[in-house]
Design a protein around this ligand. Sequence first.
Ligand SMILES: [Mg+2]
Length: 392
Amino acid sequence: MKIVGIETHVCNARMRNWIFVKVVTDQPGLHGWGEATLEWHTRSVIGAIEDLSSLLIGEDPTRIEHLWQMMYRQHFWHGNGIVRGTAISGIDLALWDILGKVHGVPCHKLWGGPVRDYVRLYSHLGGGKMEEFYETSPADASRFADLALASVADGFTAFKTMAVPETGPLEGLKPIRYAEKCVAAMREAVGDEIDIMVDCHARPSPRMGMLFAKALEPYGLYWFEEPCWPEAVDDIAAIQRAVGTPIATGERLVSQHQVREYLEKRACSVIQTDITHVGGLSEARRVAAMCEAYRVAMAPHNPQGPVSTAASLEFGFATPCYIICESVHLDVPWRQDVCTECFEVENKGRLVRPGTRPGLGIEINEAEVAKHPFEQELPQRSFYADGSVGDW
Ligand SMILES: [Mg+2]
Protein backbone atom coordinates (compact mmCIF):
# COMPACT_ATOMS: atom_id res chain seq x y z
CA MET A 1 0.00 0.00 0.00
CA LYS A 2 1.26 3.48 -0.86
CA ILE A 3 0.41 7.10 -0.16
CA VAL A 4 -0.48 8.72 -3.49
CA GLY A 5 -1.64 12.16 -2.39
CA ILE A 6 -1.94 14.57 0.53
CA GLU A 7 -4.68 17.16 0.10
CA THR A 8 -5.68 20.13 2.23
CA HIS A 9 -9.33 21.22 2.37
CA VAL A 10 -9.86 24.63 3.98
CA CYS A 11 -13.19 25.45 5.58
CA ASN A 12 -13.73 28.97 6.88
CA ALA A 13 -15.52 28.85 10.24
CA ARG A 14 -15.43 32.60 11.04
CA MET A 15 -12.77 32.79 13.72
CA ARG A 16 -10.75 29.94 12.27
CA ASN A 17 -10.05 28.38 8.91
CA TRP A 18 -10.32 24.68 9.62
CA ILE A 19 -7.63 22.86 7.64
CA PHE A 20 -8.72 19.29 6.95
CA VAL A 21 -5.92 17.02 5.74
CA LYS A 22 -6.77 14.08 3.50
CA VAL A 23 -4.12 11.40 2.98
CA VAL A 24 -5.06 9.34 -0.08
CA THR A 25 -3.76 5.80 -0.71
CA ASP A 26 -3.54 3.64 -3.83
CA GLN A 27 -6.26 1.35 -2.38
CA PRO A 28 -9.65 2.32 -3.85
CA GLY A 29 -11.70 4.30 -1.31
CA LEU A 30 -9.06 4.15 1.43
CA HIS A 31 -8.08 7.55 2.78
CA GLY A 32 -7.58 9.16 6.18
CA TRP A 33 -8.72 12.49 7.62
CA GLY A 34 -6.64 14.75 9.86
CA GLU A 35 -6.86 18.37 10.93
CA ALA A 36 -4.14 21.03 11.02
CA THR A 37 -6.01 24.19 11.96
CA LEU A 38 -3.76 27.08 13.05
CA GLU A 39 -5.68 30.32 13.18
CA TRP A 40 -4.03 33.28 11.41
CA HIS A 41 -1.38 30.99 9.90
CA THR A 42 -3.50 29.01 7.45
CA ARG A 43 -1.37 29.63 4.36
CA SER A 44 1.86 28.78 6.23
CA VAL A 45 0.49 25.41 7.38
CA ILE A 46 -0.76 24.53 3.89
CA GLY A 47 2.73 25.29 2.56
CA ALA A 48 4.36 23.20 5.30
CA ILE A 49 2.11 20.23 4.48
CA GLU A 50 3.10 20.59 0.82
CA ASP A 51 6.80 20.58 1.85
CA LEU A 52 6.33 17.44 4.00
CA SER A 53 4.42 15.64 1.24
CA SER A 54 7.64 15.21 -0.73
CA LEU A 55 8.85 12.89 2.07
CA LEU A 56 5.69 10.80 2.15
CA ILE A 57 4.37 10.21 -1.36
CA GLY A 58 5.06 6.59 -2.33
CA GLU A 59 5.53 5.46 1.32
CA ASP A 60 3.49 2.85 3.21
CA PRO A 61 0.90 4.80 5.28
CA THR A 62 0.74 2.08 7.97
CA ARG A 63 4.38 2.74 9.03
CA ILE A 64 3.18 5.66 11.14
CA GLU A 65 6.12 5.89 13.54
CA HIS A 66 8.65 5.64 10.71
CA LEU A 67 6.88 8.37 8.76
CA TRP A 68 6.57 10.50 11.91
CA GLN A 69 10.33 10.25 12.46
CA MET A 70 10.89 11.34 8.87
CA MET A 71 8.54 14.31 9.19
CA TYR A 72 10.11 15.44 12.48
CA ARG A 73 13.79 14.79 11.75
CA GLN A 74 14.46 14.90 8.02
CA HIS A 75 15.49 17.98 6.07
CA PHE A 76 17.72 19.13 8.98
CA TRP A 77 15.16 21.36 10.78
CA HIS A 78 13.28 19.55 13.51
CA GLY A 79 9.49 19.73 13.58
CA ASN A 80 9.20 21.49 16.94
CA GLY A 81 7.91 24.86 15.72
CA ILE A 82 4.21 25.66 15.66
CA VAL A 83 3.74 25.68 11.86
CA ARG A 84 5.59 22.46 11.06
CA GLY A 85 4.33 20.82 14.28
CA THR A 86 0.77 21.55 13.12
CA ALA A 87 1.48 20.22 9.62
CA ILE A 88 2.97 17.00 11.04
CA SER A 89 -0.04 16.66 13.34
CA GLY A 90 -2.58 16.93 10.53
CA ILE A 91 -0.85 14.22 8.53
CA ASP A 92 -0.25 12.00 11.60
CA LEU A 93 -3.97 12.07 12.49
CA ALA A 94 -4.87 11.00 8.96
CA LEU A 95 -2.35 8.12 9.10
CA TRP A 96 -3.92 6.81 12.33
CA ASP A 97 -7.35 7.10 10.68
CA ILE A 98 -6.05 4.97 7.79
CA LEU A 99 -4.52 2.36 10.12
CA GLY A 100 -7.81 1.99 11.99
CA LYS A 101 -9.66 1.57 8.70
CA VAL A 102 -7.12 -1.05 7.51
CA HIS A 103 -7.77 -3.13 10.66
CA GLY A 104 -11.49 -2.28 10.89
CA VAL A 105 -11.24 -0.91 14.45
CA PRO A 106 -11.48 2.52 16.09
CA CYS A 107 -8.11 4.10 16.94
CA HIS A 108 -8.58 3.60 20.70
CA LYS A 109 -8.53 -0.16 20.08
CA LEU A 110 -5.15 0.19 18.37
CA TRP A 111 -3.82 1.77 21.57
CA GLY A 112 -4.93 -0.99 23.95
CA GLY A 113 -8.68 -0.51 24.09
CA PRO A 114 -10.94 1.75 26.12
CA VAL A 115 -9.83 2.70 29.65
CA ARG A 116 -13.13 4.44 30.46
CA ASP A 117 -16.82 4.22 29.60
CA TYR A 118 -17.16 7.80 28.36
CA VAL A 119 -15.42 11.14 27.95
CA ARG A 120 -17.01 14.28 29.36
CA LEU A 121 -17.05 17.44 27.22
CA TYR A 122 -16.76 20.96 28.53
CA SER A 123 -17.93 24.04 26.68
CA HIS A 124 -16.75 27.58 26.25
CA LEU A 125 -19.01 30.17 27.80
CA GLY A 126 -21.38 30.96 24.92
CA GLY A 127 -20.74 27.57 23.31
CA GLY A 128 -17.83 28.85 21.24
CA LYS A 129 -19.60 31.89 19.79
CA MET A 130 -16.52 34.08 19.76
CA GLU A 131 -18.17 37.33 20.87
CA GLU A 132 -19.53 35.67 24.03
CA PHE A 133 -16.27 33.94 24.92
CA TYR A 134 -13.75 36.61 24.06
CA GLU A 135 -15.68 39.85 24.26
CA THR A 136 -18.02 39.58 27.25
CA SER A 137 -17.01 42.55 29.36
CA PRO A 138 -15.37 41.57 32.62
CA ALA A 139 -17.38 44.39 34.17
CA ASP A 140 -20.60 42.59 33.29
CA ALA A 141 -20.70 39.94 36.01
CA SER A 142 -24.40 39.15 35.50
CA ARG A 143 -23.79 38.33 31.82
CA PHE A 144 -21.20 35.77 32.92
CA ALA A 145 -23.79 34.24 35.25
CA ASP A 146 -26.45 34.14 32.48
CA LEU A 147 -24.09 32.42 30.04
CA ALA A 148 -23.00 29.97 32.74
CA LEU A 149 -26.64 28.99 33.33
CA ALA A 150 -27.12 28.59 29.57
CA SER A 151 -24.18 26.13 29.48
CA VAL A 152 -25.73 24.09 32.27
CA ALA A 153 -29.12 24.18 30.51
CA ASP A 154 -27.34 22.78 27.43
CA GLY A 155 -26.37 19.74 29.49
CA PHE A 156 -22.77 20.63 30.29
CA THR A 157 -21.36 19.93 33.75
CA ALA A 158 -18.21 21.96 33.09
CA PHE A 159 -17.45 25.16 31.21
CA LYS A 160 -14.57 27.54 30.62
CA THR A 161 -14.60 31.32 30.73
CA MET A 162 -12.28 34.23 30.14
CA ALA A 163 -13.12 36.15 33.28
CA VAL A 164 -9.63 37.61 33.62
CA PRO A 165 -9.33 40.89 31.70
CA GLU A 166 -6.38 42.04 29.62
CA THR A 167 -3.99 43.74 31.99
CA GLY A 168 -0.68 45.59 31.72
CA PRO A 169 2.42 44.20 33.44
CA LEU A 170 1.31 45.70 36.73
CA GLU A 171 -2.11 47.08 37.54
CA GLY A 172 -3.90 47.81 40.78
CA LEU A 173 -6.87 46.18 42.37
CA LYS A 174 -9.50 46.96 39.69
CA PRO A 175 -8.92 43.98 37.31
CA ILE A 176 -8.57 41.62 40.26
CA ARG A 177 -11.92 42.73 41.67
CA TYR A 178 -13.53 42.39 38.23
CA ALA A 179 -12.36 38.81 37.89
CA GLU A 180 -13.50 37.97 41.43
CA LYS A 181 -16.93 39.46 40.75
CA CYS A 182 -17.40 37.48 37.53
CA VAL A 183 -16.30 34.17 39.01
CA ALA A 184 -18.37 34.74 42.18
CA ALA A 185 -21.44 35.46 40.01
CA MET A 186 -20.93 32.25 38.02
CA ARG A 187 -20.32 30.13 41.13
CA GLU A 188 -23.42 31.55 42.79
CA ALA A 189 -25.48 30.90 39.66
CA VAL A 190 -24.47 27.27 39.07
CA GLY A 191 -23.58 26.04 42.58
CA ASP A 192 -20.80 23.70 43.63
CA GLU A 193 -21.74 20.74 41.42
CA ILE A 194 -20.57 22.37 38.19
CA ASP A 195 -16.90 22.67 37.23
CA ILE A 196 -15.75 26.17 36.28
CA MET A 197 -12.48 26.85 34.50
CA VAL A 198 -10.88 30.26 33.98
CA ASP A 199 -8.53 30.78 31.03
CA CYS A 200 -6.12 33.74 31.32
CA HIS A 201 -4.90 33.26 27.71
CA ALA A 202 -1.45 34.06 29.16
CA ARG A 203 -2.54 37.70 29.30
CA PRO A 204 -1.16 38.53 32.77
CA SER A 205 2.43 39.13 33.71
CA PRO A 206 3.76 36.53 36.17
CA ARG A 207 2.99 38.81 39.14
CA MET A 208 -0.52 39.69 37.94
CA GLY A 209 -1.10 35.99 37.24
CA MET A 210 -0.15 35.23 40.84
CA LEU A 211 -2.56 37.90 42.14
CA PHE A 212 -5.44 36.58 39.99
CA ALA A 213 -4.74 32.99 41.05
CA LYS A 214 -4.81 33.90 44.74
CA ALA A 215 -7.95 36.04 44.41
CA LEU A 216 -9.87 33.26 42.64
CA GLU A 217 -8.69 30.48 44.96
CA PRO A 218 -11.82 30.58 47.19
CA TYR A 219 -14.14 29.78 44.27
CA GLY A 220 -12.91 26.21 43.80
CA LEU A 221 -12.01 26.38 40.12
CA TYR A 222 -11.59 23.06 38.34
CA TRP A 223 -8.47 24.67 36.89
CA PHE A 224 -6.85 28.07 36.30
CA GLU A 225 -5.33 28.22 32.82
CA GLU A 226 -2.24 29.91 31.35
CA PRO A 227 -1.73 32.41 34.19
CA CYS A 228 1.22 33.94 32.30
CA TRP A 229 3.32 33.40 29.18
CA PRO A 230 4.27 29.77 28.52
CA GLU A 231 7.88 30.96 28.18
CA ALA A 232 7.84 31.71 31.93
CA VAL A 233 7.83 28.12 33.20
CA ASP A 234 9.47 28.98 36.54
CA ASP A 235 6.82 31.61 37.21
CA ILE A 236 4.00 29.19 36.37
CA ALA A 237 5.60 26.72 38.78
CA ALA A 238 5.75 29.42 41.47
CA ILE A 239 2.02 30.14 40.98
CA GLN A 240 1.21 26.42 41.18
CA ARG A 241 3.15 26.18 44.46
CA ALA A 242 1.36 29.23 45.87
CA VAL A 243 -2.23 28.03 45.33
CA GLY A 244 -4.14 24.79 45.71
CA THR A 245 -6.12 25.47 42.52
CA PRO A 246 -4.87 23.19 39.74
CA ILE A 247 -2.90 25.19 37.18
CA ALA A 248 -3.40 24.15 33.54
CA THR A 249 -1.15 25.01 30.63
CA GLY A 250 0.54 23.53 27.57
CA GLU A 251 -1.68 24.28 24.56
CA ARG A 252 1.17 26.19 22.86
CA LEU A 253 3.85 23.57 23.50
CA VAL A 254 5.06 21.63 20.47
CA SER A 255 6.80 18.27 20.94
CA GLN A 256 7.40 16.20 24.07
CA HIS A 257 10.65 18.10 24.63
CA GLN A 258 8.83 21.34 25.46
CA VAL A 259 6.44 19.57 27.85
CA ARG A 260 9.20 17.78 29.77
CA GLU A 261 10.41 20.88 31.62
CA TYR A 262 6.88 21.65 32.90
CA LEU A 263 6.66 18.18 34.41
CA GLU A 264 10.17 18.19 35.84
CA LYS A 265 9.49 21.54 37.54
CA ARG A 266 6.06 20.46 38.83
CA ALA A 267 4.76 23.61 37.10
CA CYS A 268 1.16 22.51 36.56
CA SER A 269 -1.49 19.93 37.38
CA VAL A 270 -3.05 19.71 33.93
CA ILE A 271 -1.23 19.50 30.59
CA GLN A 272 -3.34 20.85 27.72
CA THR A 273 -1.48 19.36 24.79
CA ASP A 274 -3.09 20.25 21.49
CA ILE A 275 -3.13 17.08 19.38
CA THR A 276 -3.24 19.17 16.20
CA HIS A 277 -0.09 21.11 17.12
CA VAL A 278 2.10 18.95 19.37
CA GLY A 279 2.97 16.45 16.64
CA GLY A 280 -0.27 14.54 16.32
CA LEU A 281 -1.57 11.52 18.16
CA SER A 282 1.86 9.88 17.97
CA GLU A 283 3.50 12.66 19.98
CA ALA A 284 0.47 13.20 22.25
CA ARG A 285 0.78 9.56 23.32
CA ARG A 286 4.43 10.16 24.30
CA VAL A 287 3.37 13.24 26.28
CA ALA A 288 0.68 11.13 27.96
CA ALA A 289 3.28 8.57 29.01
CA MET A 290 5.30 11.33 30.69
CA CYS A 291 2.18 12.76 32.36
CA GLU A 292 1.35 9.31 33.73
CA ALA A 293 4.82 9.15 35.30
CA TYR A 294 4.21 12.47 37.10
CA ARG A 295 0.52 11.74 37.83
CA VAL A 296 -0.40 14.94 35.97
CA ALA A 297 -3.78 15.09 34.19
CA MET A 298 -4.26 15.72 30.46
CA ALA A 299 -7.06 17.77 28.98
CA PRO A 300 -6.21 18.47 25.33
CA HIS A 301 -6.81 21.92 23.92
CA ASN A 302 -9.51 21.58 21.26
CA PRO A 303 -11.42 24.65 20.10
CA GLN A 304 -10.93 23.69 16.43
CA GLY A 305 -13.01 21.67 14.00
CA PRO A 306 -14.66 18.23 14.15
CA VAL A 307 -11.66 16.08 13.14
CA SER A 308 -9.63 17.59 15.98
CA THR A 309 -12.46 16.70 18.38
CA ALA A 310 -12.76 13.15 17.01
CA ALA A 311 -9.00 12.66 17.51
CA SER A 312 -9.14 14.10 21.02
CA LEU A 313 -11.99 11.74 21.91
CA GLU A 314 -10.26 8.62 20.53
CA PHE A 315 -7.15 9.64 22.48
CA GLY A 316 -9.25 10.12 25.63
CA PHE A 317 -10.88 6.70 25.40
CA ALA A 318 -7.42 5.07 25.59
CA THR A 319 -5.46 7.43 27.88
CA PRO A 320 -5.75 6.93 31.66
CA CYS A 321 -4.65 10.46 32.73
CA TYR A 322 -7.15 12.15 30.36
CA ILE A 323 -9.83 13.99 32.33
CA ILE A 324 -12.06 16.02 30.01
CA CYS A 325 -12.39 17.19 26.38
CA GLU A 326 -12.74 20.82 25.31
CA SER A 327 -15.51 21.42 22.77
CA VAL A 328 -17.28 24.20 20.96
CA HIS A 329 -20.66 23.65 19.36
CA LEU A 330 -22.07 27.08 18.49
CA ASP A 331 -19.16 28.67 16.59
CA VAL A 332 -20.90 28.23 13.22
CA PRO A 333 -24.49 26.99 12.76
CA TRP A 334 -23.48 24.47 10.04
CA ARG A 335 -20.79 22.70 12.15
CA GLN A 336 -22.51 19.30 11.88
CA ASP A 337 -23.03 19.61 8.11
CA VAL A 338 -19.34 19.21 7.25
CA CYS A 339 -19.35 15.62 8.58
CA THR A 340 -21.24 12.74 7.05
CA GLU A 341 -20.21 10.53 9.99
CA CYS A 342 -19.36 11.86 13.41
CA PHE A 343 -19.17 11.07 17.12
CA GLU A 344 -22.44 11.26 19.03
CA VAL A 345 -22.78 13.56 22.04
CA GLU A 346 -25.32 12.69 24.75
CA ASN A 347 -27.15 15.86 25.69
CA LYS A 348 -27.40 15.06 29.39
CA GLY A 349 -23.94 15.63 30.79
CA ARG A 350 -22.48 16.09 27.29
CA LEU A 351 -20.85 12.68 27.30
CA VAL A 352 -19.35 10.76 24.37
CA ARG A 353 -18.97 6.98 24.53
CA PRO A 354 -16.48 4.91 22.52
CA GLY A 355 -17.92 3.95 19.14
CA THR A 356 -17.23 1.15 16.69
CA ARG A 357 -16.53 3.08 13.47
CA PRO A 358 -12.97 2.42 12.29
CA GLY A 359 -10.14 4.92 12.62
CA LEU A 360 -11.18 8.31 13.97
CA GLY A 361 -14.80 7.49 13.08
CA ILE A 362 -15.33 10.66 11.10
CA GLU A 363 -15.93 11.37 7.41
CA ILE A 364 -15.74 14.86 5.94
CA ASN A 365 -18.30 16.09 3.42
CA GLU A 366 -16.06 17.76 0.84
CA ALA A 367 -18.97 19.39 -1.03
CA GLU A 368 -20.13 21.04 2.20
CA VAL A 369 -16.57 22.18 3.03
CA ALA A 370 -16.28 23.76 -0.44
CA LYS A 371 -19.20 26.07 0.43
CA HIS A 372 -16.97 27.81 3.01
CA PRO A 373 -13.70 28.67 1.26
CA PHE A 374 -10.73 30.38 2.90
CA GLU A 375 -11.29 33.86 4.24
CA GLN A 376 -8.82 35.94 6.15
CA GLU A 377 -9.46 35.33 9.85
CA LEU A 378 -11.04 38.23 11.76
CA PRO A 379 -8.17 40.33 13.11
CA GLN A 380 -7.61 40.16 16.85
CA ARG A 381 -5.43 42.99 18.04
CA SER A 382 -4.82 43.87 21.63
CA PHE A 383 -3.56 47.15 23.06
CA TYR A 384 -3.46 48.49 26.58
CA ALA A 385 -5.03 51.84 27.51
CA ASP A 386 -1.77 53.65 26.74
CA GLY A 387 -1.57 52.19 23.22
CA SER A 388 1.18 49.69 23.94
CA VAL A 389 0.82 46.12 22.67
CA GLY A 390 -1.00 43.66 24.88
CA ASP A 391 -1.77 39.95 24.77
CA TRP A 392 -5.05 38.78 23.34
MG1 LIG B 1 -6.45 28.31 26.62
